[in-house]
Design a protein around this ligand. Structure first.
Ligand code: MRU
Length: 356
């Protein structure tokens, strides 16, 4: 196995004397090229998240943590220890701005909250030390992410039948995280034990993360993958080629309702009809116990051109109406289990059993 996942880090903090910057894979270029970009300011990070240079809930979370550290460095240049109060005020305003870059993936606000805690703890220290505490914490969250994904992978591999056909939607792989992946972490761990499994990857319109990114990752790791279009899942289920579905998540409510890439709930409904288990693989940082159900999850609406244009060409009549929700909510009743770094939970067990 080529172990693509162990060779790349999707996002990484790079240290330089008196500071550092964030380096990330530009996911908008895959599969045509594999390039890194360097992000050095809060504004650049906001744009990288908004335009999906970095995407996938856990990777967005780490981008948020890096963005907070970058802004502290920017402001420390501006204030040079002269005005701590203004430094702190502007810093927290910058955190809020970054948090508004994408609304659905809770990992972004989770990571920014973690950085706010660091500011609170270190606010009486010199500005330089506040900066280094934020950098240290960003690096810690970054390193923990891969370990968490490997744990998710190992728990998840237990529910993958021998020789299974596994359907996944969107990309919840190494490139949606710092490395290894959540849903594809489960695939990687299962494949390490049984190389007769195979993956069916939904194309995932409108942005095509399944076609562009999931297949790219799996082909690199020599894991057999078949690309299907979004409307095909029922065909493959009916013909007994899918044994289990594993997807990632962007936000999971306290009752287990799960927001994930648009089209996920359609797959879950079809899986229920054909009696195929549907699993969600996600770190605890994706579970938002502060909201009761999926009705409280804010669904991001994106630009209509994601729907009307393909490769720079319009594919529909001018004047057509477009609504482009980026995520949907899968009802907890459709979910067989939520695979986390602490084990697999039934949706109704989250509130009582999960230690966050
Ligand atoms: O809009 P994206 O590409 O950031 O959305 C990501 C997803 O919805 C993925 O399906 C994923 O499961 C969540 S991240 C592991």
């Amino acid at each position: 196995m080529s172990e693509f996942h162990s060779k790349i880090k999707t996002i990484e903090w790079c240290e330089i004397p008196n500071g550092g910057y964030s380096r990330m894979v530009d996911q908008t270029k895959i599969p045509h090229s594999f390039e890194y970009v360097e992000i050095k300011t809060l504004e650049e990070m906001y744009n990288a998240i908004k335009t999906m240079i970095v995407r996938g809930a856990p990777a967005i979370g780490i981008a948020g943590a890096h963005g907070c550290a970058l802004y502290a460095l920017e402001l420390s240049e501006k204030y040079k220890e002269t005005n701590k109060e203004t430094f702190l005020k502007e810093l927290l305003n910058g955190f809020e701005y970054l948090n508004s870059s994408r609304p659905t993936a809770v990992n972004l606000s989770w990571a920014i909250e973690k950085q706010k805690e660091i500011v609170e703890e270190s606010k009486n220290l010199p500005i330089e030390e506040i900066c280094s505490s934020l950098i240290k914490n960003a690096a810690k969250l970054e390193n923990e992410d891969i370990e968490i994904n490997k744990k998710i992978g190992n728990f998840g591999a237990e529910v993958i039948p021998k020789g299974a056909g596994i359907l996944t939607h969107c990309n919840a792989g190494a490139l949606a995280t710092v490395g290894y992946g959540t849903a594809l972490g489960v695939v990687r761990s299962a494949f390490a034990k049984d190389n007769t499994i195979q993956v069916f990857a939904d194309e995932t319109r409108p942005r095509g993360q399944g076609a562009k990114i999931t297949t790219f990752e799996l082909v690199k790791d020599n894991i057999p993958v078949t690309l299907i279009t979004d409307g095909m899942c029922s065909y493959f289920m009916r013909n007994k080629m899918i044994d289990v579905v594993v997807v990632g998540a962007d936000r999971i409510a306290a009752n287990g309702d799960t927001a994930n890439k648009i089209g996920t709930s359609t797959v879950a409904i079809a899986a229920k009809y054909y009696n195929i288990p549907f699993y969600v693989a996600a770190p605890k940082s994706t579970i938002d116990l502060s909201i009761k159900s999926g009705n409280d999850i804010v669904i991001e609406l994106r630009d209509e051109e994601e729907v009307t244009m393909v490769n720079g060409k319009r594919i529909c009549a001018e004047g057509v109406k477009i609504i482009n929700p980026s995520f949907d909510v899968t009802d907890n009743s459709l979910i067989a289990g939520i695979i986390t770094e602490d084990g697999i939970f039934k949706p109704e067990e989250l509130k009582e059993k999960l230690k966050i």
